[in-house]
Design a protein around this ligand. Structure first.
Ligand code: HEC
Ligand code: CU
Length: 343
């Protein structure tokens, strides 16, 4: 009876687990084998879970203490060598088999890439990723990752500060970015589209903002986009000819991802910019008595004075290098006008 219930429950459980849509779309060459591995784990573990649970519930019901049995002692048990051998060997075999499968799968999907494979350097810094690669048009560094479809790529993952984790769920790619070493990952994007890039390691107060995208393009589109980015390299992020106000606002709400300048709006509330973050102080409130020179000083030297109630070291101290002088001037002018109500 117990066996029959277990078999039925296992079958139902397996069907239920396999029918659920656990993962995002399969965006890379390694997604299918990893999802298959997951399915195998489900098929193996559901019956074990069901058998253990059924046995436990049955025992609780069958051998429960009845009224009047409070003072009775259970029969002494001297163990069973046969049972102990079985319950040692069976799990050992199951675990060894699954571990071997996992190890072979990992070696297989991470086997050395062919010579000439595209290399993308992934750099994590609090709180943004940037991506560097060599293209026909020259080296390109960008905040959005672009990849050509069906071309193998090798990621070299590094961190400039703390441990981050480079995660692209649609690719089934997840690898730590560890300061001081380079970790690697190989795969081939197999689906056109834009997918999420997430930091999967709690890396500080701005961790939640460490979200970017990867766009997989056809080879022709990729070449065009990269040529455009290569030409832009070194130029300020905003489009040429943009007005000072537009540059200032762009710096505030979007930062300069190409150089790793985090957007102010990711941490600060400022009404004119429409941002509502609360990691840092509300700029409309704290800057009322400050002029442009004072604001500039606070941006490039944020640790000189610390706003009461906030901690040192959270606001990036690198804006003097990640933004150009014209960008900083435009940003300060924009903030000055915004908080004093002239913008
Ligand atoms: C990762 C979050 C974060 C980002 C990004 C950030 N800030 Fe801050 N900011 C803070 C925190 C926290 C404080 C309070 C601690 C301090 O005074 O340094 C602060 C303080 C300030 C102050 C007051 C500083 C002082 O010395 O009194 C100003 C002004 C300011 N930020 C403007 C900006 C501007 C402009 C940008 C974009 C260029 C920016 N912040 C980006 C978190 C951030
Ligand atoms: Cu991170």
């Amino acid at each position: 009876m117990l066996l029959a219930i277990s078999v039925v429950a296992s079958v139902v459980g397996i069907i239920f687990m396999l029918a659920l849509d656990w993962f995002p779309e399969q965006g890379s060459s390694i997604a299918a084998p990893i999802d298959t591995f997951w399915d195998v784990l489900v098929v193996v573990s559901v019956p074990i879970f069901v058998a253990v649970t059924a046995m436990m519930l049955f025992s609780i019901w069958r051998w429960r203490q009845r009224p009047g049995e409070e003072d009775l002692d259970g029969p002494p048990i001297h163990g069973s060598t046969k049972l102990e051998v079985i319950w040692t060997i069976v799990p050992t075999v199951i675990i060894a088999a699954l571990t071997t499968y996992a190890a072979i799968l990992l070696v297989d999907i991470q086997s050395a890439p062919a010579k000439g494979t595209r290399v993308v350097n992934v750099n994590g810094v609090q709180f943004a990723w940037d991506f560097e690669t060599k293209t026909a048009a020259g080296p390109v560094k960008s905040a959005k990752l672009y990849l050509p479809i069906n071309e193998p790529v090798k990621f070299n993952v590094r961190s400039a500060d703390v441990i981050h984790d480079f995660w692209v769920p649609a690719f089934r790619l997840k690898v730590d970015a560890v300061p001081g070493i380079t970790t690697t990952y190989n795969l081939t994007p197999t689906k056109l589209g834009t997918f999420e890039v997430v930091c999967a390691e709690l890396c500080g107060l701005g961790h939640a903002y460490m979200r970017q995208t990867v766009t997989v393009l056809t080879a022709e589109r990729y070449a065009t986009v990269m040529a455009g980015l290569a030409k832009q390299a070194g130029a300020p992020a905003p489009a040429a000819g943009a007005s000072t106000d537009a540059v200032g606002k762009q710096m505030f709400v979007a930062g300069n991802p190409a150089t790793g300048a985090t957007a102010c709006g990711a941490c600060h509330t400022m009404k004119a910019a429409g941002t509502t973050a609360t990691t840092g102080p509300n700029l409309d409130e704290i800057l009322q008595a400050d002029d442009a020179a004072g604001i500039m000083e606070m941006i490039v030297n944020p640790n000189k004075e610390i706003v009461a109630g906030y901690s040192k070291g959270i606001m990036p101290a690198n804006y003097a290098t990640t933004m150009t002088k014209p960008q900083l001037d435009a940003l300060v002018k924009y903030i000055d006008q915004s908080v004093h109500g002239e913008g």
